[in-house]
Design a protein. Structure first.
Length: 236
């Protein structure tokens, strides 16, 4: 057993535990982001991403995130979602969005078919699920992509970078799996720094009213913007 830290960009680091096997960490379920703690002054810990490739096989990838300080306030672990998380995720979404969430245009797309568990993630703190993001496969115009959301964090854990980290994890996982774009309806000031761009005004037709200025995309395929024209719907 070894201690590691997870870098949440410039907010804080968190103590995480995982098992080591011959120098490589092994898990009963795939951890998604783990940053190694070489010493207590760790300013740039390496980050290990366990992400699915186009065949659904998890592979290891390295990156580095800056860390401003080491703070062991939480015991955060990021995991892929499974059926055991359903009740907790429903509670988090109800707390964040209320009953009106079911009337939103994006929710009507999600009602058309199941989300992709392999690209949906949760964050736990001391074993309690405190945040979630889901990804739903869609056909947007002629782009085979994913609709991101809902993204929600418990009030007790807001403003710690958890939501942004979940978005980063989900987008990178989608990229590795071969998705052509990650689309959402959200606030440009929040999602812009995470790589999202505005879709051409009224280019996509949702199954309900939506503010065209809040339809955003991470265009993974080179010609994604040009092909994001027409109806957006669930695509199995």
């Amino acid at each position: 057993m070894c201690h590691v830290v997870l870098a949440l960009h410039n907010f804080q680091c968190c103590r995480v535990h995982f098992a080591l096997d011959g120098g490589n960490f092994s898990c009963y379920r795939p951890f998604t982001v783990l940053g190694f703690l070489p010493d207590v002054h760790c300013q740039k810990p390496a980050t290990t991403l366990m992400l699915p490739n186009a065949q659904g096989v998890f592979e290891t990838h390295q990156s580095v995130h800056p860390v401003s300080a080491i703070m062991y306030k939480h015991d955060l672990v990021y995991l892929t979602e499974d059926a055991s998380h359903d009740a907790a995720i429903e509670h988090i979404n109800e707390e964040a969005f209320g009953p009106g969430r079911f009337t939103r245009a994006a929710a009507r797309i999600r009602e058309q078919g199941p989300h992709d568990l392999s690209l949906s993630f949760i964050c736990t703190d001391n074993g309690e699920t405190i945040a979630s993001v889901r990804m739903t496969p869609v056909l947007a115009g002629t782009v085979k992509g994913h609709l991101l959301g809902p993204l929600a964090v418990r009030p007790s854990h807001k403003n710690q970078g958890i939501g942004r980290e979940l978005v980063r994890i989900a987008v990178e996982a989608a990229r590795r799996k071969g998705s052509e774009a990650v689309i959402l309806v959200g606030d440009p000031p929040y999602y812009g720094p995470l790589g999202f761009q505005k879709v051409a005004y009224n280019a996509l037709s949702f199954p309900g009213p939506v503010d065209p200025g809040r339809v955003l995309v991470v265009p993974i395929a080179e010609d994604a913007h040009e092909r994001l024209k027409g109806i957006i719907a669930w695509h199995g």
